[in-house]
Each structure stands twice: as structure tokens, then as C-alpha cells.
Design a protein. Sequence first.
Length: 734
Amino acid sequence: MREAGRRAGEFLRAALRTALSAHVTNGLVAAAALLLISSLVHLLAGGEAAAVAMAGVIVVTAPDHPAPRRGKFTHFLPAVLLGTPLFFAVASLRDTVAVLVPLLMAATFLAFLCAAWGKRGLPIAASLVFAALFALASQPAAGPAAAMRQTLAFSVGAWLYIFWATAANALLNHRYRVLTLADALAGVAALMRAQALQFTATPQVHRATALADRLIGLQARLADELQGARNLLLEDPTAPRRLQLAGMLLHAIELRDHLVTSALDLDALCDAPGQDELLQVLGQEIQALAGDVEQLADALRLGRVPARIGRRRPPLAAAAAAAPDPRDADLHAPSPGLLARALARRVGHVHDEVLRLLELAARGERAPDARVVRTAWQLFVSPTGWCWGPLPGLWRRDAPPLRHGVRAALAIGTGYVVGAAIPWGSHATWILMTIAFVLRATLSQTLERRDSRVAGTLLGCVVAGTLLYAHVPPPVLLLAVALAHGIAHAFVLRRYLVTAVAATVLALLQSHLLNGASAPVFDVAERLLDTLLGVAIAWIFSYVLPSWERAQVAALLARALAAQARHAQLALRLGQLQGVSTASELAWRLARREAFDSLSALAQAVQRSLAEPRSVRPPVAELQRVLARSYQLLAQLTATKTMLLRRRHLVDLAPLQAPLAQAARTIAAALAPAAGQPAPPAFPSPQLHAGLAPWVLRRLRLAVEIADDLRADAARLPLPRAAVAAGAEDGATH
């Protein structure tokens, strides 16, 4: 009974966190806009115009997500400027099949080329496809004049939503900043809990592939969440509250770095006798700190001042104390006791960073330190303008956006022919809509959406069928349409099953409003059959001109290696350690971000490849080993930099100048992507015994060894010269 109550409490807390998230808030904004705009157009121009205006709202909603105020309005422009003439063309030619099918295929092809602009381009692609399909779903226009009136209503709905969304994003900008930071902190807490399992698990579980893969997956997801948070929180962080939130984000990033270093030497300690109790204590400490970070995220969502940590930093180093060991003087083979004390100190750094984060969150207790982002925040946020840069690279035979555009165009053309041939072809648009939703650029994404689409359609048909059978009045249906639209928009990037349910309700109810004469029973049954047909067509065409992940892995790996080499050079730069300046710290932070982002992109590609046929799958085990070594290298470099920065006023850096420079050169040479480069020179082992110098040398030696192993692992993987050059260039530009 107590266990059931605990689970119910956890479910309610998770539901509340979701309800108070940034994406749900954005979905409610979209739902309110749909309701208000359609009601206004209905009052001024009638029900048919309102239904078409509703389509215009839905089309331009796709690019609307919590974003910086700068560039928000212009981000909508491609959707409305390209979608409006496409809507008119399809509405005018819908009865001319010989012209309509090539038009739909060409529009789909050009729309999916927008994927070349990355995450900003994909919503535009969805908007253009929606514009064509909603024009096909509207009531047939009796001549060009009627098509022009429909297009005018569509354009009115689209432009009203653009002004609404731009104003709402400006008004809610502070709330979006807070909620996005809370989501990022929740991601950090999830990583902390997974990291704690490394301490408390048995040696066999600690080395298990599942736990390592989970950590890599969480790291990759957190890198994306942190970049989204940067985009919002680092935009113009000048006002005191904005500066406070930006400073909290920087502390969260530093906390991520301390977490990466906290597991150093854990393998050796797991095998050492007598260390189980200490590892349990350290793991429990990280778990407790994860709870503190989660409470901070909840306080931000609820607008409360977070509670301070009610306990002082535990004496972790004392818990790790042991009798001196003769090997303590030899850091080439340090004793378990020496490693344990160092590990305890690193977990202590995690505690200190959480404490600083909480002190900064409580106003007046700690001043934010965001001088770097205050002077050069533009370098940390994703670009918001549109440019022609991606176009030249589109016209290669192996370019993924080009192949996906051709694949999607063929699927849409086939779907239209099939829809016109079946007996219930009056709503063939639903087949095309399912294809557009399900068919993704990669097989893994297509399969995931295939399953979610089928399950979501079944559930959505039950909900929509219930409403239609109950013969609820049109105002209630309009409210349901607005709510379904908001839910579908809120979860499209989070949980597609929820989006599939809401999208099915939206499509059925909107179709009923557009074509009130159709029978609810037939609509629901037709929706099920059309979804199954659309899913089948999308699944089949996912194997046409496929873009297998192995074709992208070489470039992604080269980018990651180049980013690691750049990060090593800047992290070990002595001038930065002697006195932290804005310019040097800025360069290092940018290099660190690119290192994590490049590893995130590689990890996601490896994860997606698991759904591909074995015959075309890249060497997953070898790539996972490369990822693990890459994070180990980041941990060693971060530990070295942290050690020297924290104690730079107490350490004589002069004797370390040559080893630091040599280690940076050796690591860069080991990770250089140029084919056929000779092996890097061996790292020297100078005899330094004073203070921190032996520890620094040990970290440098381990980092060089990891870089050598990383070079050897990467050399066993296929790296075509063109892909290597493209990946290295991409890493340099990032």
C-alpha cells in the first residue's frame, strides 16, 4: 500500500512537472490562438472562412517554439510566404489530377530540402506540406475566385497567428527562460542519478554496456537541452534577473563537467578490496544532490525561492582516509587509498557546485558571474537568420536532405494514387498526412513514428468518435479542436504518441467542421484504414534511397576528434591558468561546447543505427567504445583544468609549462583527422614531486594514453577521405 502511494505521488509530481514545462506552455499559447482567431474569423466571415483560417493557423504553428525574441518574427516568414501560394495552387488545381500530382510531389521535394537548415528547417518543411494537404482537404473551390477567397482566409489566419506568437513569445520570454532552465536542471539531475549508479552498482553492473550506453544517451540528450537553454537564457543577459538565470545556467554546465570527472578512477576502485563502503557513501551523496537539483527545478517552475541545502558538505575526504601506503609516492601506480581520497574530493566539488547554484538561485545570497556571456553571448546561441549557405551542399547524390526529398515526393505521389483508387477515396488527404508525419529522414525515426502513429490513431479515434457520436454543439467541437491542436504541438518533439492521439482528434473534428455532411461512423473507420495505408506506404518508402547512418558516421567522428583536439589545446593553455581572462575563457567555453555537441551528434547517430538492418549497420560496439573514451578524455582534461584553476595561486606553474604544452601537442597530433599522419611523439615523464605537480602529470599522462587509444580505435573504423575532410571542416566552423 505504501509502495502504491509512493508511485502515485511520483506520477503526480511528474505530471505537474510536465504541465508546467516550457513546451506545454507554448502549446497552450497555440491552442488559445487557434480558438480566438477562428472565432474572430467566424464572426466576421462565416464558418467556412473560419475553418480555412484555422488551417492557416495550424500551418504556421509548426515553427513556433520557445525561442529568443531576436529573429522570432522572421523565423515564421518562409512558412507563410511559401505556404500561401502553395495553398492557392493546390486549391485551384485539385480537380486537375494530371497537374495536381506533380505539383504535390514537387512541393514535397522542395519542402523536405529545408532539412538542410537543421532544426530550424524541419518545422518549415512540415508547414509547407501541411499547406498543400489542408488545401486538398478543404471544400472544392468553384473557380479561381473561390480559391482566392479560401487563400485569403488561410492567409489571414496565418498572419494573425504570426503576430500573436511573436507578441506572446516576447511577453512570456521571462517565463520561457525560467521553464527552460528548469528543464535543463532536470536533465542534469537525471544524469546525476545515472552517475550515482556507477558508485553503488557491483563491478559487473558498473562495467555493463547498458549502464554505459545510458550515460552516453543522457549526455547526448543533456547537450541538446543545454544548447536550447543557451539560446534563450544567454540572449542579452543584462537585466539583473536575466543575468541571474544566465549565471545559474553556467553553474549547471560546470556541474555537468564535475559530474564527468567524478567517475575518474572508478574502475580501479571497484576492483580494490575495502572500498565498497566509501563508494556507497559517494553514490548516496550524488543521489541526494540530484534530489536538491530537482527541488530547485520544481521551485523555479512554481515561482518559489528554492530551499537551501539543509546539510553541510559531508567529510568525504575523511571517509576516504586510509593508512599511508608506500605506493602513495608513486603516482604511476597510486594506492587505492590515494585514489579514493581524490575521488572523494571530486564528489565534493559536485556538492560545492550544487551549493553555489542554490545560493545563486536564492536572490541576494550570491552574485552571478556571467562576464563571458555578457560580452559575447551571440557566440553561444544558435543562429536565427536564414542564409543560402546550406544550398550548395544539397546537390550531391549522397546528401541526406536530397535523398529524403526524393523519397518523400515518391511516397506522396504513391499515396495520392492509392487514395484515389480505393473506394473511400474522398479523404485520401489522411493517407498523405500520415505519410508526411511518419516518413522521417532515418529508418529509426520512421519506425518509432510508425508504431506511435498506429497506437495514437486508435486512441484518437475513440476520443473523436465519442465526441461525434454525442453530437456536441459546434462551439464545443471548436474548443476540442483548439485543445487537441495545443497538445499535438506541445508534444511533437517530446512524446510523439501524445501528438498522434491529439492530431487524430484534430484531423477528425476539423474534417467534420469542414465537411459537416459526412457521417461520424465512416469518418472514424476511414481514419483507421487510411492511417494503416499511410503507415505502410511510409514504411515501404523508408527503404527507397535510404540514408544509412554509416554514411554519416565518418564525418561525425572526424568532427568529434577535431573538437577534442581543439578542446585539449585550449584547456591546457598555461596563460589561461595563470589568469582567467574573458577572451581565453570564451574560447575555451566555445571549444567545450563543441566537444560535447559533436559527441552528442555521434551518439545519436549510433543510437539511430540500432534500428537499421545488420547488413548496413555501422560497427556499433567500436563506436560506443570511441564515445566512452572521448568522454574519459574530456573528464581527464576537465579534472586537470579544475585542479589548476582552483589552486592556481598556490601552485608554481613554471615547471608545468613544458608538460602542459607537450600534452596539448601530443593529444592534438593523436586526434588529427589527416589520413596517414605518423604517430604522435611519446609524452615525457619529468620528475616533479612538489605539491600538485605529480597529480597534474598523472592526469596529463592518462589523457595522452586515452588519446592514443582513441586514435587507435578510430583508425579501425572506415573513414573515407571526403567524409573526414567534411567532418574536420564542420568541427572547425563550430
